[in-house]
Design a protein around this ligand. Structure first.
Ligand SMILES: C[S@@+](CC[C@H](N)C(=O)[O-])C[C@H]1O[C@@H](n2cnc3c(N)ncnc32)[C@H](O)[C@@H]1O
Length: 441
């Protein structure tokens, strides 16, 4: 069913919700045609276009999804509604499985006519009846489509599961299979490290004194996940997490959300920006494009800095060669070696840690980023747009609790954290990722 079909179906069947009405789907359609791109269709693979970041598209999309989700919660039998929620664990499990056995790449190479499960079985070595059941579970939830009985092909959401390498390259070098494939890496982590760590969730929350986080109970380690990743045997986890962090930003967010976090033009030429816990330097890449007169230091733990070196060799080797960008091994619980930086930029760092550790990290930093905020949805929708608005951040909040006993913080919580560590909250720059600007007290 195309967009107009969904819209007219909704109009015919309910007059209840503000969001799921013709106006919003019409806004979507006109925004796509303004950008000369096709409005989304479930039947075609995802083609990124400018329209994805068009503010009117984002606003209309949020309203439609918030309305549709609320409509389901309202009209579905509460028993069925809860049952379907309890079963969502299998969304995680089946997504992890298809990614693990490279089905997205196999179907990509098969093309639009799709492939019978028997043929998928001969490539993966997985029994075809299991494949049919898993793929049907996902196709029933609009991930992949069953083009004829037992024949599956890609659709719009499933096309995002395709990794960045061919099947042959993946088979030749399995450890690198998630490199440059942020979304598959993220979903695989969800079905593996995150799912394992979620088993002791209830036990931890009832008795938080027993370990640092649910992750530590599940993996029988006292190390934080970042240190655990460095142990022999955990190389694939480390590669996946680096991959998931590296490009999630590129795929999900426009670069302005980083660059608007600092007023780089107001800083002195050659002023230093320290990208603390910078991973592969995604933030620095975006900042350097917009503020080329500044110098940058990307700090992280040794294995991540080694991986970052490879990324910069590919993306901007000159910047490292001339010293404009420096990659530095630094543990942020030890004293900051760069004393006179203009800005210490922390993205997605503080939320990984409980308050006590967050206070230790915040000894010499100026900018951090946290919870998204934006306009409220109209009545009768949930003001935070429910699953589509605050939804991702509440999921992230649970994942952070599970992996590190970290948390997404509110403005008040950030203000308090700053106050307790000698920093005054100067400014809040709203956006998809809100930037909180702190200066020393
Ligand atoms: C959630 S990622 C954020 C990466 C990056 N700031 C970004 O926004 O893409 C957290 C980063 O913190 C790093 N990290 C964890 N513990 C650290 C420590 N003790 N010292 C320095 N970096 C650390 C991890 O290696 C990882 O790259």
């Amino acid at each position: 069913m195309d967009l107009e079909g969904v819209s007219s179906y909704c109009r015919r069947n309910t007059s209840f919700l503000h969001g799921c009405k013709y106006r919003d789907t019409a806004v979507l359609q006109s925004a796509y045609s303004k950008n000369n791109t096709e409005a989304p269709s479930l039947d075609t693979t995802f083609q990124p276009s400018l329209s994805e970041f068009d503010p009117s598209v984002i606003a209309a999309r949020h309203l439609i999804v918030a309305a549709a989700t609320q409509l389901i919660a309202t009209v579905q039998s509460p028993v069925e509604f809860l049952q379907s929620h309890a079963g969502r664990i299998y969304d995680t499990v089946t997504l992890g499985f298809v990614i693990d056995v490279n089905i997205p790449e196999i179907l990509n190479e098969a093309g639009t006519q799709g492939l019978h499960v028997r043929q998928i079985s001969s490539i993966t070595g997985v029994e075809s009846s299991y494949l049919a059941r898993v793929l049907r579970y996902l196709a029933t939830r609009h991930i992949f489509k069953e083009v004829s009985p037992d024949v599956f092909a890609h659709n719009r959401p499933s096309s995002m599961l395709i990794k960045a390498k061919s099947l042959k390259a993946i088979e030749e070098d399995p450890i690198s299979r998630f490199d440059n494939a942020a979304i598959p890496a993220f979903l695989h982590i969800a079905s593996d490290e995150l799912l394992n760590s979620s088993v002791p969730f209830t036990s931890f929350v009832k008795n938080p004194g027993q370990a640092s986080a649910p992750f530590n109970i599940a993996y029988k380690t006292s190390k934080k996940m970042w240190e655990w990743m460095e142990e022999p045997g955990n190389e694939l986890s480390a590669r996946k997490i680096t991959a998931a962090m590296k490009d999630t930003g590129d795929a999900m967010y426009p670069p302005e959300i980083f660059t608007s976090g600092i007023d780089g033009d107001a800083l002195k030429t050659n002023g230093v920006v320290v990208d603390v816990g910078g991973g592969s330097g995604l933030v620095t890449l975006a900042l350097k494009k917009v503020y080329p007169n500044l110098r940058y230091v990307i700090q992280d733990l040794a294995p991540t800095i080694a991986a970052a070196g490879k990324v910069w060799d590919e993306k901007d080797p000159e910047a490292v060669k001339i010293g404009q960008v420096q990659l530095q091994v630094h543990n942020f619980f030890t004293p900051q070696p760069i004393k006179d930086a203009a800005v210490y930029f922390l993205r997605l760092i503080i939320h990984d840690w409980p308050d006590e550790d967050a206070r230790k990290i915040l000894t010499s930093k100026h900018v951090t980023e946290g919870l998204g905020s934006g306009p409220s949805a109209p009545y009768p929708l949930l003001p935070n747009f429910g699953a589509v608005g605050a939804g991702f951040f509440t999921t992230l909040d649970m994942a952070l609790l599970t992996m590190y006993n970290g948390k997404e913080r509110t403005l008040e919580e950030y203000t308090q954290l700053g106050r307790e560590s000698g920093w005054k909250l100067e400014e809040v720059k709203p956006g998809k990722l809100t930037a909180f600007v702190f200066t020393p007290v």
